[in-house]
Design a protein around this ligand. Structure first.
Ligand code: 4AD
Length: 471
């Protein structure tokens, strides 16, 4: 009852205030400042309230004591309420730590939007013990957490760093469409829909469009959502992911691979040179170091041999793709032979044993997409490469492209693709063809590697996987 009688006033006699975001406070030490945000943590002790404020740009330790901690609002304050705080910013005493090295001594404050307490309290709806499916339903609240918001902040910095490296390398950014009428990576993973009475798909890859840009714009890249109707419930598959793709004209396979290596390494170096990004990486992935260059290169044929030498087998499948069972009724494990797809489990074991980035290259043509260039002199195999990272596996897939018109027409035929809707892609070979190649990186996978996340689902703002499109 007493507390209801205390009314705080924003007293102008206390001096001018500067409205600021938490990240911009350092230059305002010893000044009177006004900050708004959300109650991230709350603790009260002997009538003093210690409140950690969060505004999306950082965290601020604040202290409410005396009259300002005795109001009704103060006594009923809840986590995740939004508040405005006014006070003097003071450096924390020697030997004490606080985010930014300062704390706000509050002389006036108010609640802007109170969050519920009791059953509906934030920590009752969501906490570390919440079931994964509840966490997925409450992704909009999960992202307020320290870890999730750090991952998303790092994601933004990663994209910016990639774009900076591209700008330095004279690659132009283009924005290809999401609505398409051609496939790139096989019909099995296309999401189709009715487009004004015609069949259309959500894009799997912008590669074909990027190829058409080369004669117009030179080397190009894009950052675009790609969609895969893959019924894969794995740590590294999403139904929608952010696909960063690049395409280069007049290059050799060797030049393509060294460009990819430079792109990845210069981007990581730029992040590690930025104190904020480096801090987040250290927080999420302590001990992370920029990978050694050059990346180890292993051909597909060498990898098959390596797997067999290391006793890494795979379940034998019958011609319908079902596992063959042994006498005990368990999947029968067999050695790899040239021609086998190296499955996720084997690839992951190999990457984790080797422990460094690996360029796995020169895959058999029959395992790869229709557009890939064959290796001159070893035409069963292609100038293709995947970049594998410890803990995640494949983060990038790329290749040289078929540059010859006739050869492309044969490739359509072999894959049973109707060339008609691809006329514009074919024209690329007809009007001044060139040797060219490119690649696509899954941004969520790069982030899972950099930030040491268990799954790519943590690396997407609102991840989509089979059955999940909410929130
Ligand atoms: O290997 P992919 O399928 O290659 C392409 O789409 C090429 N057309 C790219 C190009 O050459 N321009 O996919 C490229 C990368 C993979 O290495 C992986 O990082 C990511 O895209 N990716 C996925 N990420 C999350 N969920 C999925 N379902 C993914 N499928 C591919």
């Amino acid at each position: 009852e007493e507390s209801k009688k205390i009314v705080l006033e924003d007293d102008p006699a206390l001096g001018e205030t500067t409205k600021a975001k938490i990240s911009g406070l350092t230059s305002l030490r010893s000044k009177r400042v006004r900050v708004s945000g959300w109650v991230h943590r709350l603790r009260s002790q002997k009538g003093i309230i210690f409140l950690i404020l969060r505004d999306g740009t950082g965290y601020l330790q604040t202290v409410l004591s005396g009259r300002v901690s005795e109001t009704y609002e103060a006594l009923t304050l809840t986590l995740e309420s939004s508040v405005e705080l006014v006070g003097t910013l003071q450096a924390v005493p020697e030997g004490k730590t606080a985010p930014g090295g300062h704390e706000l001594v509050v002389d006036y404050w108010k609640v802007l939007g109170a969050a519920p307490g009791g059953d509906e309290a934030f920590t009752n709806r969501l906490n570390e013990k919440s079931d994964p499916s509840i966490q997925a339903d409450l992704r909009h609240l999960v992202i307020r957490g320290e870890t999730s918001s750090s991952v998303l902040r790092l994601r933004a910095m990663l994209l910016r760093a990639f774009r900076d490296v591209y700008a330095k390398s004279d690659f132009l950014e283009v924005t290809p469409p999401c609505i398409v009428q051609t496939q790139v990576e096989g019909g099995a993973t296309l999401f189709g829909f009715n487009y004004y009475g015609q069949n259309a798909y959500l894009t799997q890859s912008s590669q074909l469009y990027l190829e058409t840009c080369l004669p117009a714009l030179g080397n190009v890249f894009c950052v675009q959502e790609s969609f895969r109707a893959e019924n894969s419930h794995t740590r590294r598959h999403l139904s929608e992911y952010t696909h960063m793709e690049g395409e280069m004209a007049f290059v050799t396979f060797e030049e393509l691979m060294s460009h990819i290596e430079t792109l990845v390494c210069e981007t990581v170096d730029a992040l590690l040179a930025d104190p904020v990004a480096a801090g987040i990486i250290q927080q999420l992935n302590p001990g992370f170091k920029s990978p050694a260059r050059p990346f180890r290169r292993i051909s597909y044929k060498e990898a098959i041999q390596w797997l067999n030498e290391h006793g890494i087998q795979h379940p034998e499948e019958d011609k319908d793709g079902n596992n063959v069972l042994d006498e005990a009724g368990k999947p029968k494990m067999v050695d790899h032979v040239v021609g086998d797809d190296i499955a996720e489990a084997a690839e992951r074991q190999m990457t984790d044993i080797i422990g460094t980035p690996i360029f796995l290259h020169s895959f058999p043509a029959e395992l790869k997409a229709f557009y890939m260039k064959r290796i001159p002199g070893d035409r069963g195999f292609t100038e293709s490469c995947d970049l594998l990272m410890p803990n995640v596996g494949e983060i990038m897939g790329g290749s040289m492209r078929i540059s010859d018109n006739e050869e492309l027409l044969e490739a359509y035929k072999r894959e049973g693709i109707d060339p008609k809707p691809y006329y514009w892609f074919t024209d690329q070979r007809k009007y001044g063809t060139c040797e060219h190649g490119g690649y696509g990186l899954g941004i969520e996978r790069v982030l899972a590697w950099l930030a040491n996340r268990y799954t790519v689902r943590e690396c997407s703002l609102y991840p989509r996987w089979p059955g999940r499109a909410t929130p």
